[in-house]
Design a protein around this ligand. Structure first.
Ligand code: ZN
Length: 297
């Protein structure tokens, strides 16, 4: 789906919750913006643009920092903004870490849709991948290549019966496929929790905001939302981190076991090696052969 015009929200939205890692209460204020403002966090009056240049923390979440101020665990909101086509927004954050809500992006999306999405006057801009690109770390890698649309695939390789070698391929041109990704919750292993807590992480984690595995069983009484929920969540993280490029990507992305750090390396390499062209929506639509050029205002 290609949106023709840049978007923001119709009216201010307040979202309250707690941080997954900090356990701290937090209030977000989402504020409408103008064309070319981009997506910007505001923390203690410091503007932190939601761009890869400011990404500096990747341990179990993605953090952004500028002038001594940080915002943490931005990826699920970033994915929600990607899925709703929002490219201009100010986000005031009352505490360092964003709310985890139910561990997925769906509640952010519902709030945004309730407030209303508006098209602005300027055309949307896209990053059209123009060449093959790979980043790797040990056996993990992410590959990108030109494609008429946006596809993001995550391939797992876990020594766990539920996750195992599952993969999910998100295709932006398939109607409502985003819901498969947006509803997938974050997850962890019971065995990891002590390790995380010793490092000051997962303090706000509970069965209300994360899927917890004990070996090959799911501890949440309601079970999984999808049998492949964990890999769908990894696609959600990938989509959210990729949006730190500052514009949506047209291309196909394949991640084998990648995480936040590798996602960020991929975005940095795209920029450093000029592996994309910046194009207006109308140019992107004109260059597509037809099948995938589904247009929305
Ligand atoms: Zn996540």
């Amino acid at each position: 789906m290609i949106c023709k015009f840049q978007r923001t929200i119709k009216r201010e939205i307040t979202i309250k919750g707690i941080g997954l890692h900090s356990g701290e209460p937090v209030t977000l204020k989402l504020i409408p913006a103008e064309s070319y403002d981009g997506i910007n966090f505001i923390r203690n009056n410091v503007l932190i643009p939601a761009r890869i240049e400011y990404a500096n923390g990747f341990e179990f979440s993605t953090s952004l920092s500028r002038e001594g101020q940080s915002v943490r665990t931005v990826e699920h909101l970033m994915a929600a903004l990607y899925f709703t086509g929002i490219d201009n927004l100010f986000i005031e954050v009352s505490s360092e870490e964003l709310p985890i809500l139910d561990g997925s992006s769906i509640l952010f999306i519902e709030k945004i849709k309730d407030a209303g999405i508006v098209s602005l006057n300027e055309e949307k801009i896209y990053a059209v991948i123009n060449d093959q690109i790979t980043v790797s770390d040990g056996d993990k890698f992410i590959k990108g290549r030109p494609y008429e649309g946006f596809v993001a695939t995550f391939q797992a390789s876990y020594n766990n019966k539920i996750i195992g070698n599952k993969m999910y391929r998100y295709d932006s041109t398939v109607k409502d496929d985003f819901l498969n990704v947006a509803k997938a919750r974050t997850y962890c292993f019971l065995e990891e929790i002590e390790f995380l807590r010793e490092r000051g992480l997962a303090k706000g984690g509970s069965l209300d905001n994360a899927v917890v595995f004990k070996g090959d069983t799911v501890l949440n009484p309601e079970g999984l939302r999808f049998e492949d929920e964990p890999v769908k969540h990894k696609v959600l993280d990938l989509v959210g981190d990729l949006y730190l490029l500052g514009m949506p990507i047209i291309g196909e992305i394949y991640s084998y076991k990648g995480g936040h750090r590798l996602n960020a390396s991929f975005v940095r390499k795209l920029i450093e090696e000029s592996k994309f062209d910046v194009k207006y929506a109308s140019e992107v639509i004109d260059s597509m052969s037809g099948l995938n050029a589904k247009i929305s205002s």
